[in-house]
Design a protein around this ligand. Sequence first.
Ligand code: ASP
Length: 451
Amino acid sequence: MENNFRFTPNANVHKKIVTKFGGSSLASSEQFRKVKDILMRDPARMYVVPSAPGKRTKDDTKITDLLYRSFHLASEGKPIDEAFSLIRERYIGIRDELGLSTPIEKELDHIEKKICAGADADYCASRGEYLNGMLLADFLSWRFMDAEKVIFFKNDGTFDSEKTNVVMMALLADDIPTVVPGFYGIRPDGKVHTFSRGGSDITGAIVARAVRADAYENWTDVSGFLMADPRIVENPREISRITYAELRELSYMGATVLHEDAMFPVHKVGIPTVILNTNHPDHPGTLISLSLPVESMEPTITGIAGHKGFSVVAVEKAMMNAEIGFGRKVLQIFEECGISFEHMPSGIDSLSVVVSGEALAPHREEIVRRIAEECQPDSLTIHDHMSIIATVGRGMVNNCGSATRVFSAMSRAGVNVRMIDQGSSELSIIVGVDDADFETTIRAIYAEFVG
Ligand code: ASP
């Protein structure tokens, strides 16, 4: 039988890593130098997706925001030179401090002219990544591949995954180290189109999928994910390993670091994502992968996240279980009002629809009236100012003690549980509490599982 293991002097030789650097990682020439060091440390890091320069200090303005500002000024017929000069200074400053000779003035002049001539918002915003990509490619002496050549959208603005994958695979097949600017691509009608804000994360994941990368490294200014919001829990622990499914639950509940849509391309093909810190490159960060061992997970949970401001529309009707189509009728009313529901815990004779309070407000009366008329419930109550909190962890699967721990921690903290929902994935336990108890609940659950 053939041995699968072959000795390779440099295990990284055939490895490919796609790196994405966020705006703060590329905000100044000093940050550019850190990025180059990181890339040079590992020859497997062959592809880089940059964001536009972000904030250098707390009060600084992101280049993308300055570009949107220029667009708005131009569309109101106002002069853009003040906003645009800040953009100009930033790029020229980075170029000069790095000792490069990229002809950036020519590009800047052209962009300024186009903005003044009425270029649309997506084109304007995309130039932040475009220019940063050019500078970075020059600094690294790598190939620059304009995202217009490899990222495709349909004319309705949806991402054209198939075309992108085919074209990108072909164009990047030569294994030449390449810079692909993040955030934008092109539509069949020739217009530049962007993803939503933070979308360079998505570009990075798409490149990782196309080149069949061994890993997608997302370099930012934090050392990975935290188990809870540090504004609520003091010094929460870092999450060193998490699965894509757990992360989906946590980010749905408000934990942000990575753009939500950046998970799909890599998750689908099983490429792990690593969240790393450009300012602390030796920190291991957070590894996100398809599956991870559950045994001896310590702590049992992976993280806690939540949101305030939900409304729960609770409908009760005797013998609801026997009335075919009751749930559909209720949900259809929400659907016709254009409100998507977040959760729907139900009992034998009751059903609750959890929706965003903000989304409900303009349709409140119509929904009450229609449910009363069309569903004839015994009672209909709306509880406002509710928070939904998810305790997430693959370690909770088949662990019946976890729910007990969540509820006893809440009861010790004097919090009234208003709603319980455990998804069939058994990856999370979701509780509803009054907004006033939001922080107390998160702290109590964290203390119970983590200490
Ligand atoms: N520059 C864009 C933004 O600020 C995209 C990104 O940074 O990912 O949203």
